[in-house]
Design a protein around this ligand. Structure first.
Ligand SMILES: [Zn+2]
Ligand SMILES: [Zn+2]
Length: 765
């Protein structure tokens, strides 16, 4: 009898395959603990393409087990799919975690770096061997992408390889019930990497001293270089003019806004507005810099005259420990680089570069292998949008419904990025900076090589921008030269913006696209940048665009908005512009202005551009807000910040033969200036005009084509006022409006759009 019962109760063997972000986030031990809880026998194993397990279970047991896997998965993991297969019975007498297997050629998902978790923050106070250990981590948190050299994700393939675990750490690492079971970077005060501070008073590895001295320095006007997760930060007290001024001097530039790290949400609330969604974004394990509406001033030089501040919360144990000692509620945390070069990652280079120019350098002796800057995001009508995709995001893939295998998008120029396709996954590189100098290009190429290795990628189709002179286009040409089997196609910049939004939002077929930005190479050889198009993945039809205007001095005109101001005024008033009584005309000499008008008349170094960015520049300059830009999109950002939200008025424009002329807008703007109207009113009326234009064109196009799906793309839509108003107005008229969420709407997103277009064109090749 007894035996018979045992046979009827004999369970089946099920194989469960899980795909998604399940490596390096404590997934296997999580599975183990649940299996033990449910008294199931079998095993679990990491594969390059996910996690696979087999269990002996009855149908009910299997379902209960499955439900817990789905509902209680570790915070930073994400399950994309789960497949359950019934197998012939296999006898297991225990549940075990099996060693990782390297299945080359298959896709791997590597976890992005994860902010220190709350449990580790508690351990930081309570665990004797990790008391104040500044590199504490566990399977739920800590460095990942930044330290990984190769797959599978095992300690020996990370920059932790050279640190031998002490017996305590080793026993935790080997204990299935411990949160540090197989935590690859596990370490403690006895065996792990250590911090070091070098400053004018000496050199110390005593951590208590490091924190004390750093906090004393940062209480004053010191500037420090501090090694972060994916690179160095330049750090100073956000409330000390002296520190901020030093930082500005060292970075040799401009008014580019600086990011802040606040001790806590509560402290940040005094200075910025934070709603529920923004709070969640700030506190997420990705810990991006979040752009938040400013409530009050901090210190001059941080983000002068801008509407938003970039804010983040502590994400490394060191940050938390430092803030315990610091009185200031916020530090400036700026990327540790010079001007437009990539963020520094090596201790030696940082000492070389910053050495005498900072008051202290804090390093630790674990190498950063993959450089990864802080990410930036903003919450737009309750939806987080990533604007710079780097730490916390890279190298997590974006899933698509179509096959991207073997396709590489090489991206554009500004905010450089490439994107490679493996099966249905788009793998975006982290932000690599503006591809305008050798250093950033070197970073781009190096990241490309590493991605190829990590993701077992080799391209069969390379997609680049139409612009022949972009370094990213040259890179595509070189790949094809080296391997003639690779096919190469070029894609128009603004089409790629729309395709990028479509890919991210899972759209098929055709959409109406508004692709607004500074500039991109047009299909007609002119510069484009304000394109209204009917677009699908294969192709696009340009329906409307802003009137072409001369860019006096070419590239100079993008750095000097006053030149665009003169160009627009010249378009409207001709030589009479000299008689206008507006600030722009008063702030420049007649000689300067004549130089610009001469360039326009003689067509010397004055390409034509249809550009939203340049229109913003011109209006900002005519309003007297910005004549010379010290960073990208400065004039548009100042113009947005100037808006008086109560002003509902707008200006006029003309549409003729598919071209939108803003000559009427410029004339009315000048009248308002003559009448002494304030800049808040001018800025609001200007923005309202664009919102009205987008609505009018959408209605007109829908009336003809029936198209009611709209995709917004291009850097101009980082303008929150504009995007929110456009969404409001269009949705009120029952349009379906899409912005990308996980892919930056700016030029970093171009590579993903190229990938999507390439995937569809390939089918026709
Ligand atoms: Zn942890
Ligand atoms: Zn240890």
């Amino acid at each position: 009898m007894k035996k018979a019962k045992a046979i009827t109760q004999r369970p089946d063997t099920y194989r469960i395959g899980i795909k998604g972000l399940v490596q390096g986030v404590g997934f296997r031990p999580f599975v183990y603990r649940i299996a033990i809880d449910h008294k199931l026998k079998g095993w679990v194993e990491n594969r390059n393409d996910g996690v696979i397990m087999e269990v002996n279970a009855s149908k009910e047991e299997l379902l209960r087990f499955r439900d817990r896997l789905l509902s209680q998965a570790p915070g930073a993991s994400s399950i994309e799919s789960m497949e359950i297969l019934k197998l012939d019975f296999e006898f297991y007498d225990s549940f075990e975690i099996r060693e990782s297997k390297d299945l080359s050629g298959s896709i791997t998902e590597i976890s992005p770096d994860i902010a220190v978790c709350n449990e580790c923050l508690v351990d930081l106070k309570n665990q004797a061997h990790r008391k104040d250990y500044p590199l504490i981590n566990c399977t739920h948190c800590g460095p990942r992408f930044s330290i990984i050299r190769d797959l599978p994700y095992d300690r020996s393939n990370t920059t932790m390889a050279s640190f031998e675990m002490c017996s305590r750490c080793l026993s935790e690492y080997g204990d299935l019930h411990d949160r540090r079971y197989h935590a690859q970077p596990v370490a403690c005060n006895q065996c792990g990497p250590v911090y070091r501070l070098e400053y004018k008073g000496g050199d110390t590895v005593d951590f208590k001293e490091i924190v004390t001295i750093s906090s004393e320095l940062l209480a004053g006007d010191a500037l420090m270089a501090v090694k972060g997760t994916g690179g160095f930060h330049l750090v100073c007290n956000a409330f000390r003019d002296g520190g901020v001024a030093k930082l500005r001097r060292l970075k040799q530039r401009n008014g580019k806004p600086l990011a802040l790290m606040f001790r806590s949400l509560e402290e940040a609330r005094h200075y910025v507005e934070i709603d529920k969604k923004e709070e969640a974004e700030l506190s997420s394990w990705r810990r991006p810099i979040v752009l938040l509406k400013r409530k009050r001033e901090i210190t001059g030089g941080i983000a002068d005259n801008l509407a938003c501040l970039g804010v983040m919360l502590p994400y490394m144990p060191f940050h938390h420990l430092l803030f315990e000692k610091l009185e200031t509620p916020a530090l400036v945390m700026s990327s540790g680089n010079f001007s437009e070069e990539p963020i520094l990652i090596s201790n030696e280079r940082a000492k070389e570069q910053f050495g005498s120019r900072v008051d202290g350098i804090v390093t630790y002796n674990r190498e950063i292998f993959n450089r990864v800057d802080d990410s930036v995001s903003a919450v737009l009508r309750d939806v987080p949008m990533v604007l710079r995709r780097a730490r916390g995001y890279a190298p997590a893939p974006i899933r698509t419904s179509f096959d991207l295998e073997g396709i590489l998008g090489t991206g554009a120029e500004l905010t450089g990025s490439f994107c490679m396709g493996r099966e249905h996954l788009a793998l975006m590189s982290p932000y690599t900076g503006d591809l305008k100098n050798l250093e950033t290009f070197e970073f781009y190429r190096e990241t490309y090589d590493r991605y190829c290795r990590l993701f077992r990628f080799s391209p069969s189709l390379v997609v680049s921008d139409l612009h022949p002179d972009y370094l990213s286009t040259g890179f595509a040409r070189k790949l094809v030269e080296e391997n003639p089997d690779i096919q190469h196609i070029s894609v128009q910049h603004h089409h790629a913006h729309i395709a990028s939004g479509m890919l991210n939002r899972g759209l098929e077929g055709e959409v109406l696209g508004f692709s607004f930005d500074g500039s991109g190479y047009g299909a007609d050889g002119h510069m484009w940048g304000a394109e209204v198009m009917m677009a699908g993945y294969l192709d696009f039809e340009r329906l409307f665009h802003f009137e072409y205007l001369p860019l006096p001095g070419g590239d100079m005109a993008t750095r000097e908005p006053w030149r665009m101001g003169i160009s627009y005024l010249h378009r409207c008033f001709g030589e009479d512009l000299h008689d206008l009584k507006i600030p722009l005309l008063e702030d420049f000499s007649r000689k300067d202005i004549t130089k610009i008008t001469a360039l326009i008349q003689k067509k010397i170094n004055t390409p034509l551009a249809s550009s939203a960015g340049r229109l913003f520049d011109a209006v900002a300059a005519i309003c007297g807000l910005n004549y010379f830009s010290t960073y990208q999109a400065e004039a548009p950002m100042l113009l947005e910040a100037a808006i008086d939200p109560n002003e509902k008025g707008r200006y006029s424009y003309e549409i003729r033969d598919g071209q939108v002329s803003f000559a009427p807008l410029i004339r009315e703007l000048v009248e308002d200036l003559h009448d002494g109207r304030n800049k808040g009113l001018l800025a609001a009326k200007f923005h309202n005009t664009l919102v009205g234009l987008i609505l009018e064109l959408s209605m007109e196009i829908r009336a003809e084509s029936g198209q009611d799906r709209i995709v917004l793309g291009g850097g101009t839509f980082q303008n929150r006022f504009l995007s929110e108003k456009v969404l409001d107005k269009l949705e009120k008229e029952h349009f379906k409006v899409y912005l990308p969420h996980d892919i930056p709407v700016n030029d970093q997103g171009i590579a993903a759009g190229q990938l999507a277009i390439g995937a569809h064109r390939r089918n026709l090749m």
